[in-house]
Design a protein around this ligand. Sequence first.
Ligand SMILES: [Mn+2]
Length: 350
Amino acid sequence: MKDLYIEGATRIAKLMLNRAEELKASGGCALIFPHKSVDGDCVGSSSALASLLRTLGAKAWVCMPEELPNNMSFLGIDDLLFYPPKDFIKGDMLVNGNRYELAFSVDCSEAHRMGDTGEIFDVYEDQMDVDHHEVMHLAGPLRWIEPQASSACEMVFYVASKLSELKNVPLDQIVDIRCAKCLMAGVVTDTGRFTYSNTRPETLETAGILMELGGDITEVCYNLFDLKTPSEFAISSAACSNAYFCCDGRLAIAEVTSEMFERYKAGRDEIADVVSRLRDVGGVEFACVLRETGEGSIRGNLRSKTDFDCSLFAERYGGGGHKRAAGFTVVGRDINELAQEIVREASKLL
Ligand SMILES: [Mn+2]
């Protein structure tokens, strides 16, 4: 393990051991919080953390902000997921009969990025946190923020390695096959299958060990990225052919309306690959896909090739992410107007 990661991974592993003991004694449970608009990294890392806490004898669930996307069902994690009922925050805060006592966020440090579940997260002050996003606030003793890590899953893998050391048991008794698949899912998602510049030698080492632990990279990549439903294929193709290019081909933008989702009978998460396909077009520096979510809001997904800062741009709309990949959600906007505004504002920066 690189020196850079040792302090944080050790601190979080020790905290997890302590908290697991406390939870065992009290009979309470931990909730792990991924961000909204879930992706392979937040689902993978939160499920892996829940799995690790269970291995330590504690009760733990992932507090889901939305349904699990179909392309992640192969992970077989339904028993790890908790969908809070609407009155959860006002009620007894019982998770399947167990009192909710520990909040743990991963791949996301701020409650507002979690959506409605952020309110549940904020009930506890001593929240634990493992994240690889740049964040404004100072990291406290319960937080491990490491922007140099490729993914939250890579960080959780280091925590698992430390747990195996501290407990003096082989790693495969800490990370089972499902947990290895979950961690692999996040690493391949956030590195674009090891092609983005956040891929470091230690990322590949992590992936190698995950393979040995049963994280089948072929299965994970096929299910996450390549397997398409007929409706997904149709709406992605339509979104791509509707896309337009501005700023001498440096900006590509596509709008996907509710009407299109209905016409192709497609789910709202079935255009996930469109933004990277647009970004990959020669000459394009910044790609944006806007989609109507069907609840009066519009989700924007942003990608850039080299210098354009997607995270900074997404912040204008209350979103965030990384320099080359970010997103936001806005409410009550007209999709055409929003697209024109984005073209206008981005063209000043391109
Ligand atoms: Mn991530």
